[in-house]
Design a protein around this ligand. Structure first.
Ligand code: VG1
Ligand code: CO
Length: 541
């Protein structure tokens, strides 16, 4: 077997976004495209000789092909070993778990998360550091810079590796260990939650439906919920990962998880419903006829965390991304712990978790997690809810509405305008950046803060600017605007709207009604219709 050095030239635009590099499969499949980016990673993370790397993905189309390339390139770069999930499968939180448990030199995760999969759809790749989390911006910027000057890459000439048989193989001088992608993760979950109490809950007739959306969590959910926790077979639906996610959008929200939503809002609905996304790091939580917003879910889990064995000592702090509602801040204040506000993207939580400043983290985009790994974790959130339900023996709706009565409700909604013309979207953001609204009245509200969110990491001092336009009003209500950093076509404008409602008599109102005046202001201020031609959002969550 020989190592080949291949001459190459840079591709424009290999710039990682909110969570790694995401492009159409057709872009990744061009000769040298993936190889250039992988070599740029290996060239940017320090000496790799003798180190171990974790590799796996969400099982989407091109996953296996990409893994073969990465294995041969890792061998050519001098890695001593690569641990790869059987069948190329490894959820994002399980990858983080394994990187940490075996103290590897990080890992490469192949996923475009909630984006559709298939030959004409999306693919993605990102590097996670040895702490288990997404590479911070300093590293992603170094990878991008390297990709823009790359002149060659190295790859081993070898036959493909068998990804399906557990055990150890040789690839040149490197060891490839194909491991069970579920076992370590399931053991970690069992160490955090009261599995006996959850088993007793199911044994008492509690019914649940988990929608794996034909994505990576199928095998994890089946092993944990139906296996270790004794939920009846059939609790997990769409549980077999498919390369095209069954032609669906593996995004656990009210629009894309419509099948689950119909079950949970239908006749004879189960007690509890949940779904996860393409790579297993997101979660949607539903009760019977009841939807829990991700921002509320974070707050409720924080308020109830001590019923779970892994969190019984209490929380050190709670972190949320800036556009996420401030519901969790109210819990932090009540608990007398710190609340942190970070830019969008899980990479910003890593330093807080490593420094022991925060225990729970969350994003409005169906992401919740804790210091057990360094990624958001879909099944973890589902299990934490199950532990809370087993301890409180109350319905999801009763737990959330009682939470609102105690803390008030942060009424919240996100409006996405997908597939907007990029120039129009950039123009809209430039228009917003040019406004100076502080001190002005908009409808019934007075603007007290209007800025482009900038963040200084309290641990390492790194600064991230241009993280979203904020319009904050005197009563704490907010409108936030940002462009998505995970899409592959045109631009997606996200508008986040929040208002605090202390009055329990109004907690039952539909957020779209309760927020109607702010929604109208948000559209006016950004001139959404005039600039994008859109009269309505494509997705409302
Ligand atoms: C979106 C979400 C963000 C999340 C990111 C990755 O980013 O808003 O909160 O961290 O996706 O999630 P953006 O830039 O499109 O708004 V995942 O599950 O796609 O890795
Ligand atoms: Co995801």
């Amino acid at each position: 077997m020989t190592i080949r050095t291949v001459a190459t030239t840079p591709f424009a635009g290999q710039k990682p976004g909110t969570s790694g590099l995401r492009k159409k499969v057709k872009v990744f499949a061009q000769p040298h495209y993936l190889e250039n980016f992988v070599q740029a990673i290996f060239d940017s993370i320090g000496a790799v000789a003798g180190k171990t790397l974790v590799v796996g993905g969400d099982g989407r189309y091109y996953n296996r092909t990409a893994i073969q390339t990465i294995l041969k390139m890792a061998a050519a770069s001098g890695f001593a070993a690569v641990m790869v999930g059987q069948g190329g499968i490894l959820s994002t939180p399980a990858a983080s778990c394994v990187i940490r448990k075996y103290r590897t030199f990080g890992g490469i995760i192949l996923s475009a998360s909630h984006n559709p999969g298939g030959p004409d759809e999306d693919f993605g790749i990102k590097y996670n550091i040895p702490a288990g989390g997404p590479a911070p911006e300093a590293i992603t910027e170094a990878i991008f810079a390297r990709s823009q000057e790359i002149g060659e890459y190295r790859i081993l000439d070898a036959a493909d590796v068998d990804l399906d048989t557990l055990g150890t193989q040789r690839l040149g001088a490197m060891t490839v260990e194909v491991f069970d992608p579920v076992a370590d993760y399931a053991a970690l979950m069992e160490s955090l939650f009261d599995f006996a109490a959850i088993r007793a809950l199911f044994a008492g007739g509690f019914r649940m439906t988990f929608d794996a959306m034909h994505a990576v969590t199928g095998p994890y959910a089946a092993a944990i919920l139906e296996g270790r926790l004794g939920a009846p077979r059939g609790t997990v639906m769409n549980g077999v990962p498919r390369e095209d996610f069954g032609a669906g959008h593996p995004d656990p929200n009210l629009v894309h998880a419509a099948e689950l939503v119909a079950i949970m809002f239908g006749a004879d609905a189960p007690d509890f419903g949940a779904a996860s996304d393409g790579d297993g790091d997101r979660n949607m939580i539903l009760g019977r006829n009841f939807y829990v917003t991700p921002s509320d879910s974070l707050a409720v889990l924080a308020a109830n965390a001590t019923v779970c064995p892994g969190y019984k000592a209490g929380l050190k702090g709670i972190a949320r991304s800036m556009p996420t509602s401030a519901a969790a801040d109210r819990v932090a204040a009540a608990l007398g712990i710190e609340a942190y506000e970070t830019p969008t993207g899980w990479k910003f939580f890593g330093t807080l978790l490593d420094a022991g400043l925060a225990t729970l983290c969350g994003e409005e985009s169906f992401g919740t997690g804790s210091d057990h790994v360094r990624e958001k974790d879909g099944l973890w959130a589902v299990l934490m809810w199950l532990n809370v339900l087993a301890a409180r023996r109350d319905s999801v709706a009763a737990i959330v509405t009682a939470h609102w009565r105690k803390f008030g409700r942060n009424v919240y909604s996100r409006h996405d305008y997908e597939g907007v013309d990029s120039e129009a979207a950039n123009g809209l953001m430039a228009h917003l950046r040019g406004l100076s609204l502080t001190g002005r009245r908009l409808g019934a509200y007075e603007v007290v803060v209007n800025d482009d969110f900038a963040y200084t990491d309290p641990v390492d001092g790194s600064v991230s600017t241009r993280q979203g336009i904020r319009v904050v009003f005197g009563d704490g209500s907010r409108i936030v605007y940002r462009l998505s950093g995970t899409g592959t076509e045109g631009a997606t404008l996200r508008v986040y709207i929040e208002r605090y409602e202390p009055d329990a008599a109004k907690h039952h109102l539909d957020p779209q009604e309760a927020l109607a005046d702010l929604i109208a202001i948000a559209r006016d201020v950004a001139e959404i219709e005039r600039r994008t031609g859109r009269t309505e959002p494509t997705v409302i969550t």
